[in-house]
Design a binder for this molecule. Structure first.
Ligand code: NAP
Length: 328
């Protein structure tokens, strides 16, 4: 039976995606999250409700040690048959982190949580993905400064891995929470496209997709915001206002089911390096920001990310290594 690994699959959009995968595709799940108690609770409920197999992984995407040990555990599950077939990896966990902070690895937390942890997870697991498998990144329309989503949150800055990891260090003024978030989502999209190019070059049929769920009320996403903002976000007035402003509008159920479809539905089997948005009840292919298509920036981000996660020589699978692909 195919299994989908989803980070943050126990809450918000991720949980709706998990439910849809279970109910509509009978897919087994591997839920990965930092709080194992919460993850296991969701796993039990999904198993009881849908009769599928759900395994769990302790994974804090902001910690390189945690990502490495989760990847090792996942590989062991595949080796001992706990999971027999990894069909997709959904890089869905993410947060807008209000306070400027650093991880135990010494990196800015939003960048580490939303981009770097997923980057390392993929490096360590992509060679165990099914030949026709998929990787989907839950990105965000806020990555594009030309859109109203991007304008309201704050324009993404240069996606330079080393600069982003060291944001606010040595007396430099930290980037605002909104900009740190939109930039981390730009990194997700640049990585999705660079991954698609590398997979294509190595002859792999694995599909890499970027997804914007749209502004989605009711998830835990705004938990760091002041109470009045959280309250307002759930009102019909706020929905009306966002529509008037031209913001991409998701909903928990629709955005979750869209992510599930992108992960496994045959309709998206050829969606190599594409970007999709769920907007007002429609799942549509769209153009992401101009910067997100810049191959030079994507290459540089990949290279810098590799340095930051301390990938050992020879550790990058041949599927992703440009050296093996004869590019260098
Ligand atoms: N809601 C929106 O309006 C919106 C719009 C565009 C894009 N998105 C993106 O959609 C994705 C899902 O967000 P959501 O709206 O469903 O919010 P959510 O309910 O807060 O879900 C986020 C998930 O990510 C997990 N997570 C956060 N930090 C983590 C870490 N360091 N390690 C492991 N897991 C971590 C959370 O786990 P915990 O339970 O441990 O916190 C949670 O399961 C995110 O990538 C977000 O950026 C959301």
């Amino acid at each position: 039976m195919p299994t989908v690994l989803i980070t943050g699959g126990h809450g918000g959009i991720g949980l709706e995606c998990s439910k849809y995968l279970a109910s509509h595709y009978r897919i087994n799940l591997l839920l990965a999250g930092r709080n194992l108690e919460r993850v296991e609770l969701a796993a039990r409920e999904l198993m009881e409700t849908y009769g599928i197999n759900v395994n769990t992984l302790q994974l804090d995407t902001s910690s390189l040690v945690s990502v490495r040990s989760a990847a090792e555990r996942c590989r062991a599950m595949l080796d001992d048959g706990t999971i027999d077939h990894l069909q997709a990896i959904l890089c869905n966990a993410g947060a807008r982190i209000e306070a400027h902070s650093q991880t135990a690895d010494g990196y800015e937390e939003t960048f580490a949580t939303n981009h770097l942890g997923h980057f390392l997870l993929l490096e360590l697991l992509i060679d165990r993905l099914a030949e026709n498998g998929r990787v989907v990144f839950t990105a965000s329309g806020t990555h594009d400064p030309e859109t109203m989503d991007g304008k309201l949150v704050g324009a993404a800055v240069e996606p330079d891995a080393l600069a982003l990891a060291n944001d606010g260090k040595e007396g430099r003024k930290p980037t605002s929470a909104g900009k740190r978030y939109s930039t981390s989502k730009l990194c997700n999209i640049l990585t999705a496209y660079e991954l698609a190019r590398r997979l294509r070059r190595s002859g792999s049929a694995i599909v890499s997709i970027a997804f914007d769920p749209g502004s989605t009320a009711g998830s835990g996403f705004l938990r760091g915001m002041p109470r009045p903002v959280r309250w307002l976000s759930k009102t019909a007035f706020f929905g009306w206002l966002q529509r008037r402003l031209g913001i991409t509008m998701g909903s928990l159920e629709f955005s979750g089911s869209s992510l599930a479809k992108l992960a496994v539905d045959p309709v998206f089997a050829d969606a190599f390096g594409k970007y999709f948005q769920s907007n007002d009840g429609r799942l549509i292919e769209a153009r992401s920001s101009k910067t997100s298509y810049d191959e030079g920036r994507a290459f540089k981000l990949w290279h810098g990310s590799k340095q930051l996660v301390h990938l050992q020589p020879g550790e990058e699978p041949a599927l992703l290594s440009i050296e093996s692909q004869g590019v260098l």
